[in-house]
Design a protein around this ligand. Structure first.
Ligand code: IVH
Length: 674
């Protein structure tokens, strides 16, 4: 940095930087459309931090640099809520909703009644308090009157503004609001994958993961667990009185909060009921888990008149979806073949209704899992439906002493095509590749999935329907689906058919990395697809690459190179790609080509660094496409040893992982990112 600035100049620059950083935080965390690269962002951030280090008197609690995790604490202190945090009256029957409306109309007298419907987010309810525009407190619900002070953790959540924005309206001097801290489903899956890798227990669902992370005594753990906050109620706003919930939500958006995009305003009760059904159908396509909708009276003055019982307000009703965990009995265990040829044992169940869907089969994952859970034909088991995965068997619930069927045995040949099965650790595979018919369904689902073409509204059920109706003999057929075909399918109406066709049309423009991922190349996940796209730059170049050239891509080893080259060389693959292009698939440029110099590499930081904080260093690695982990394993590529590195250093030596000094690490960074 240039010579020492005068205090005044530094103050001005710091204010400017904070505003710019907040603007980019808002674009990134709230609107989900960043306008600068991570490296550019880091540069701003580092300049601000350097200024604040030079002039500590300039640090403000709402500065973006103050999101860093503080020290672990012995326990949470208690806080009394400004207004009691009530829960919601709820039910999962349409009749319950009608009764709610009848009560409400009886109390309000004649006149128009309008509702706002919001998804009922399945996370942890949080109260946030802002004074003079700055976050001063975050609390959990607790017993409704007194909750736990989780301010330090809330500060680490990107979508919790430390300072309110005033884009359209001045932020109030005092603001109290409620929202839900949740974990996005893909983050949840990533977290569980990481925990598995670290040999730690996993979370049963995103809600537990969110609650566990929010109630962490060590904020540096919360930081590593990406939570998102959605705001939904203004509890108090001094000097500002929104007249309706719709206005209040607009104000929350303006002040810099996320508000669920599924929220609808101006509804009658029949619309609200319909929206409940629509969201129940679409719940697996959302990025987060919801367990119903919340129907709220829009008119806030009318809410005041209605008031609350001791437990819940009279102006809102949680219209829940049906529960998604049930107990059933295993009638048989069959083996299913997935898109990669993986053999999955599946429990055939006595059919039960789980969350409005009749479930008659549930995944048992793999041979080892069946052994671990010790489930057999005849056992009673607890099953769960979550996200868009097929239902899973959670555990056996039978008591001891029951006569049971024989132990499960994995077949030695693919049950679909008869090819001999090979075993990789706990997994078993059919080696017949694309010639195995069972793989089509999996391939189509994968093709449409979120990280691939992201065709909204094309869930598993629809894929099965398409296959049964012979509307999709290959992934290419998806691109020529017509509304006329779809309306013939059960559960489709004109609108939903049009929506799906539109979603498919939108998905036809795709970035190279997503396209490569969508093809379902064995061994190629999103990261490798990104590495390939970035390295080769065009589909033609990827298709022309030899095995040696593939192996030269950072992050790609001989095994992956072989899988990729074999897959891409096969005439079947070439034909599908040709068909897709013929039917309008276009490759477009996208963020995919951002810097990813550390792609495929995993770093672990041990001990303190001189030049930056550990969390900044981790952030830097991730911004360069690398991964970070908190523990050393055989999969770790580098351990960066700072001051007093401790046990991770020892473990790295033991495992023969490359150990870098801080200076070595700094040398690895590309120009401009240091
Ligand atoms: S409003 C005074 N809106 O559902 C009413 N709650 O018991 C305040 N929830 O504890 C709640 N999504 O954690 C409201 N859009 C939403 C919600 C929501 C999820 C949770 C909240 C609450 C529970 C109901």
């Amino acid at each position: 940095m240039a010579g020492k600035k005068s205090l005044e100049a530094a103050r001005r620059r710091a204010a400017e930087l904070r505003e710019t950083i907040r603007h980019h935080d808002h674009l990134y965390y709230i609107l989900d459309r960043p306008e600068i690269s991570d490296a550019q962002y880091d540069k701003l951030y580092r300049e601000l931090r350097a200024l604040e280090e030079e002039y500590p008197e300039l640090i403000t609690p709402d500065s973006p640099t103050q999101r860093v995790a503080g020290e672990p604490r012995p326990g949470f202190s208690e806080v009394e809520h400004l207004a009691p945090m009530l829960s919601l009256d709820s039910g999962d029957d349409e009749e319950d909703v009608r009764r709610f409306e009848a009560r409400l109309r009886a109390a309000l007298g004649d006149g128009a009644v309008e509702y706002v419907v919001e998804p009922k987010l399945d996370g942890l309810s949080i109260e946030l308090v802002y004074e003079e525009g700055s976050l001063v407190r975050a609390a959990t619900r607790g017993d409704g009157r007194v909750g736990e002070d989780v301010t330090a953790n809330a500060r680490t959540i990107g979508s919790v503004p430390l300072k309110l924005r005033g884009a359209e309206r001045e932020p109030p001097r005092l603001l109290a609001l409620r929202g839900e801290a949740i974990m996005l489903i893909d983050e949840f899956e990533r977290l569980n994958a990481r925990l598995t890798q670290e040999d730690k227990p996993v979370f049963a669902n995103p809600r537990n993961a969110a609650a566990g992370s929010m109630r962490q005594l060590d904020p540096s753990v919360t930081v590593q667990r990406p939570l998102v906050l959605y705001a939904y109620e203004v509890m108090a706003a001094e000097g500002l009185a929104p007249a309706t919930q719709a206005e209040a939500l607009d104000a929350l958006r303006d002040w810099g909060f996320r508000v669920s995009a599924e929220t609808r305003t101006g509804l009658q009760i029949a619309d609200a009921i319909e929206l409940h059904h629509e969201l129940e159908r679409r719940r697996d396509d959302l990025d987060y888990e919801i367990d119903g909708v919340v129907i709220k009276l829009n008119d806030l003055a009318a809410r005041e008149r209605l008031g609350a019982t001791a437990h819940h307000p009279r102006w809102a009703f949680a219209y829940k979806f049906e529960p998604r965990r049930e107990i059933s009995e295993i009638l048989d265990i069959v083996v299913q073949v997935g898109r990669t040829g993986k053999l999955t044992p599946v429990a055939m169940l006595r059919p039960v209704d789980v969350g409005g869907v009749t479930v008659s089969r549930a995944s048992l994952h793999n041979r080892e899992e069946v052994e671990r859970k010790d489930v057999r034909v005849g056992d009673k088991v607890r099953i769960q439906r979550a996200g868009d995965v097929i239902p899973q068997v959670l555990e056996r619930v039978d008591g001891p002493g029951k006569r049971r069927g024989p132990k499960f045995r994995m077949p030695r040949r693919c049950p679909v095509c008869g090819t001999p099965v090979i075993t990789h650790g706990p997994l078993d595979f059919c080696t017949n590749g694309l010639a195995c018919l069972a793989q089509l369904k999996g391939r189509i689902q994968h093709f449409a999935s979120r990280d691939a073409l992201d065709i909204r509204g094309l869930g598993e059920r629809t894929v099965v329907q398409l296959l049964e109706a012979k509307l999709a003999a290959s992934v290419a057929d998806l691109l020529s689906l017509r509304e006329d075909d779809l309306v013939e399918l059960e559960g489709f109406a004109e609108l939903s058919a049009r929506n799906l066709v539109e979603a498919i049309d939108e998905a036809k423009e795709v970035t190279l990395d997503r396209f490569l991922y969508a093809l379902g190349i064995p061994e190629v996940g999103t990261q490798t697809a990104r590495d390939l796209a970035r390295h080769f730059g065009s589909l033609d170049a990827v298709l022309a690459a030899t095995r040696e050239q593939l192996e030269a891509v950072p992050g790609i080893g001989p095994k992956v190179a072989e899988a990729v080259s074999e897959f891409l060389a096969s005439p079947g693959t070439r034909e599908i790609i040709g068909e897709l292009m013929k039917r309008g698939l276009t490759l477009v440029e996208g963020e995919a080509f951002a810097a990813a110099d550390f792609a495929g590499l995993t770093f672990v930081f041990s001990g303190g660094l001189e030049s930056m904080s550990r969390s900044d260093a981790q952030e830097l690695v991730r911004s360069l496409g690398g991964r970070t982990s908190s523990s050393v394993s055989a999969k770790t590529d580098y351990v960066v040893a700072g001051k007093d590195p401790g046990s991770k250093f020892e473990k790295a030596k033991e495992l023969g992982v490359t150990i870098l000094s801080e200076a070595d690490f700094l040398k690895m960074l590309p120009r401009g990112s240091r």
